[in-house]
Structures are given as C-alpha cells and as structure tokens.
Design a binder for this molecule. Structure first.
Ligand code: ZN
Length: 88
C-alpha cells in the first residue's frame, strides 16, 4: 500500500503535510483560527493537532455550537506541539 500518496490526497485541509496520520470523521468538522486569523477547517484529529501546534491558535467562534468542540480542546491539551515530529 502506498500510504504517502493515498493518505495525503484524501485528507482534510488542517492536516500538516509532514503529519502522516489519517483523518478522523468529517473533514470539515471544525475550523481553527491561527494567530494571524487564517482559517483552517478540518477533521477533529487534525484540528486538535493544529490547535496544539500553532502559536495563538483557537477554535472559530462557530465551534461553540458543535458537540465535539470540547473533544478538540481536550485532545489538543494532551498533545505536544507538532506531535507528528515525536511520533504521536
Ligand atoms: Zn484531517
């Protein structure tokens, strides 16, 4: 199986290109704003990793209406920045 090409083309926009992990659930589940206010919409898994990695990142205010907003925050709180660099 060629995971490097199969995985990357079908992942959400929040997946970092160096992060080999697959998406989890909907690919447009949550939007994260980075320190510059740029929006990154993606799955729960990758937005949590983004949230843990980017300086000043936060969930888009619309996430307050989402039942999985806490899930994203809780996952991000347990992740180191750029988790894929340390094999997580
Ligand atoms: Zn994803």
């Amino acid at each position: 199986m060629n995971a490097s090409t199969a995985g990357r083309t079908r992942r959400c926009a929040a997946a970092h290109e160096a992060d080999p992990t697959p998406c989890e659930g909907r690919r447009t589940a949550v939007t994260v704003l980075d320190g510059n206010g740029t929006q990154h919409t993606g799955c729960i898994h990758h937005t949590a990793r983004l949230l843990a990695s980017l300086d000043g990142a936060r969930l888009h205010p619309s996430a307050a209406a989402l039942p999985w907003a806490c899930e994203v925050y809780c996952r991000a709180a347990q992740l180191p920045p750029y988790a894929w660099q340390v094999g997580r």
